[in-house]
Design a protein around this ligand. Structure first.
Ligand SMILES: [Zn+2]
Length: 165
């Protein structure tokens, strides 16, 4: 794209956790075994939901709830990769090119660090972005609030996108 502009989009998502054994939390399409499960209509992948909202934000296309209503049975237990694939088709239609992803996962449990590499690889496979333009970070809230009490898991994402001017 010669004449292009660069825009950005921001996304945030949180879901409640419930004790579950055996439990599993899916983050960046990567299931992590732990003592908790996510309460959600879809697979509850907060990382992909935050990314989906960031990607929609960058092309001014609303939010994830408008595109994939939680009351629509099509999305019950749906793999959140479907949301990203749908948004990438919108990107093709608009000649939009994803440039980078920076993602932060916020939770006490599960521990994210051992899973960052596979998460980045999954994001690269799903979005076709090279690994060097994808960043996955993890933080806690120092045991404060609902995230600190392990009542939920949250994620923030920001993306940069090139659009035809
Ligand atoms: Zn969500």
């Amino acid at each position: 794209m010669n004449d292009s502009i660069t825009v950005s989009g921001l996304g945030f998502d949180a879901h409640a956790l419930k004790k579950s054994s055996p439990g599993s939390i899916i983050l960046c399409a990567h299931p992590i075994a732990c003592e908790y499960g996510v309460i959600a209509h879809s697979d509850g992948d907060v990382a992909l939901h935050a990314l989906a909202d960031a990607m929609l934000g960058a092309i001014a296309a609303g939010d994830i709830g408008e595109h994939f209503s939680p009351t629509d049975d099509r999305w019950k237990d749906a793999a959140s990769t479907l949301f990203i694939e749908h948004i990438l088709r919108l990107y093709e239609f608009k000649n939009a090119a994803l440039v980078n992803i920076d993602l932060t996962i916020i939770c006490e449990e599960p521990k994210i660090s051992p899973h960052k590499t596979v998460m980045k690889k999954n994001l690269s496979r799903i979005t076709q972005l090279p690994l060097e333009r994808i960043n996955v970070k993890a933080t806690t809230t120092e045991q404060l609030g609902f995230l600190g009490r392990k009542e939920g898991v949250a994620a923030q994402a920001i993306v940069t996108v090139k659009l035809p001017s």
